[in-house]
Structure formats: structure tokens, C-alpha cells
Design a protein around this ligand. Structure first.
Ligand SMILES: [Zn+2]
Length: 100
């Protein structure tokens, strides 16, 4: 299964020649590595060993799309977070730090 490198959703149509990106929006946001790094840091600081819903991570930050995308990348690509539920990530998904 191939996923968008920005938002982590299943890729149906690739909008990039170089990377795997599902939309113009993701293509644009994928370029901003500083934003990506800052959002990842914010998410990792919000999540501990206890389950927390994606909704509760988003609550304190208005960049919902960026946060959900970061959670997806941290689960699917970087493997720093795990999710409790099966299926695609949404606001109800519970996540926690992957124990080493
Ligand atoms: Zn995408």
C-alpha cells in the first residue's frame, strides 16, 4: 500500500514526479521542512505513553490538517507513534508513543 508522503493517506493519484504526494496542498506543504519539523515536535510533545485521541492533540492547535498529517507520518513512516484502532487515522483515533 502506497501512502502520501505528506498526509499519510492512501495514495490514489500521484500529483508529484519526484515524491508520492496526493494533492497540490500536500505538494505545497511537503516543501516546508521547518513547518513539518515543528509540527512533528509539537505532536511528539503532546503524546505520552497513555492513549490520547488525535482530537485532543488538535484541540490546542488550529492547524488540524497539519497535525493529523504529522500523526500519520509518525505512525506510518517514522514509526514513533502507534495507534489503538484499526483503519485510517481520524480525529477519534487514539495514539501513544511507541515503547522501545
Ligand atoms: Zn497527501
Amino acid at each position: 500500500m502506497v501512502r502520501c508522503e505528506y498526509c499519510g493517506r492512501i495514495l490514489h493519484v500521484n500529483r508529484s514526479d519526484k515524491y508520492l504526494l496526493c494533492s497540490k496542498k500536500c505538494k505545497q506543504k511537503f516543501k516546508n521542512k521547518i513547518d513539518i519539523s515543528n509540527t512533528n515536535k509539537f505532536v511528539l510533545n503532546s503524546v505520552g505513553k497513555e492513549w490520547i485521541s488525535v482530537k485532543n492533540i488538535v484541540k490546542s492547535n488550529k492547524n488540524k490538517f497539519e497535525i493529523v498529517s504529522s500523526v500519520s507520518r509518525l505512525i506510518y513512516f517514522e514509526k514513533k507513534l502507534i495507534k489503538k484502532e484499526k483503519g485510517e487515522i481520524n480525529l477519534k483515533t487514539n495514539v501513544s508513543i511507541k515503547k522501545k
